[in-house]
Design a protein around this ligand. Structure first.
Ligand SMILES: [Fe+2]
Length: 306
């Protein structure tokens, strides 16, 4: 198999957010590429889709979905896949990605990325569905590791081994979310470095970076702030193992002005250098990451999920 499935290194990209549509169209900022949330455009034939086509004419675009529900026991939703394929035919994405998760059952969409047990049975199930999806979309699927808050008693395979076996079985690509590795490792008490070392580096097509919220004894994957120093350091290590992967910074809550979002992305250049240590202030901060909010701000439904 060729490295990264022969897919291009797009460079440093940002998520396309409604708040930035006008800025991007007016200023054509120097961003290498944009990632779009597929569902925000699949069933929209108005202004958002019109704007997406304009942006796709100027920048490489990748389609990132949240509703494929690869891990669900429901039959694959071919109406969803048809809409996805139609959008892909229009905007010609460099690739299509979704998550190793399930989002609902009995046709109900929870609008959440839910974890699944990791064992031989779920591996067979997921691989069978990925093969069907790839056959239908006529392209490799790129699958992202989720952020998780719970593990299953009947899991018998580590997540990094599961991802490796999944790529070997299906030939799919990986979207390695470095922040998700950090969040899940803290919540589920595993070694993030063992995770990074254990995944197949040649299959990493893309990486995600994002900010999270530390709650003391667990972390929530909030995407609403700057990337933490611990995640930057994990990215620095990962980048040396997969230097041709495309990089994308996610920011989905408290979305800042475009210039702030872009400046945060540009920090990744420093951490691509394996010798960069960070400033003394950053190192000190990394050693002393504090609880940023009291526990009682966690939504009840999130507490119940974990
Ligand atoms: Fe992500």
């Amino acid at each position: 198999m060729t490295k990264r499935l022969g897919l291009p290194n797009l460079g440093l990209g940002l998520g396309l957010r409604n708040e930035h549509f006008d800025y991007i169209l007016e200023n054509e900022p120097a961003v290498d590429w944009f990632e779009v949330i597929s569902e925000n455009f699949m069933d929209s034939f108005g202004r958002p889709r019109h704007i997406l086509k304009q942006i796709a004419d100027k920048y490489p675009v990748v389609m990132h979905g949240v509703s494929m529900s690869i891990g669900s026991t429901d039959p694959l939703n071919f109406d969803y896949l048809k809409s996805l394929k139609t959008l892909a035919d229009e905007v010609n994405p460099a690739w299509i990605s979704d998550h190793l998760c399930w989002t609902g059952v009995l046709t109900t969409n929870s609008h959440d990325l839910l974890p699944l047990p990791l064992n031989d049975e779920s591996l067979r199930h997921v691989c069978d569905r990925i093969r069907q999806i790839q056959d239908y979309l006529e392209r490799p699927l790129v699958v992202e590791n989720p952020s998780t808050y719970a593990a299953f008693k009947n899991s018998t395979i580590t997540e990094w081994d599961f991802l490796r076996l999944m790529t070997e079985e299906t030939g799919c690509g990986l979207l390695l979310d470095v922040n998700n590795v950090y969040v899940s490792s803290f919540n589920n008490d595993f070694d993030p470095v063992a995770y990074i070392n254990g995944i197949p580096h040649d299959n990493i097509v893309q990486m995600h970076l994002a900010g999270h919220q530390h709650m003391g004894n667990y972390i929530i994957d909030t995407h609403d702030r700057e990337v933490t120093n611990q995640v930057w350091k994990l990215f620095q290590m990962t980048y040396q193992l997969a230097p041709e992967a495309s990089i994308l910074l996610e920011w989905d809550g408290n979305i800042p002005p475009f210039e702030v979002y872009h400046a945060e992305l540009m920090k990744s250049r420093k951490y691509m250098d394996p010798h960069f240590r960070g400033s003394e202030k950053e190192i000190q901060h990394a050693d002393q990451e504090q609880v940023s909010n009291p526990l009682n701000v966690v939504p009840l439904e999130l507490m119940n999920k974990s």
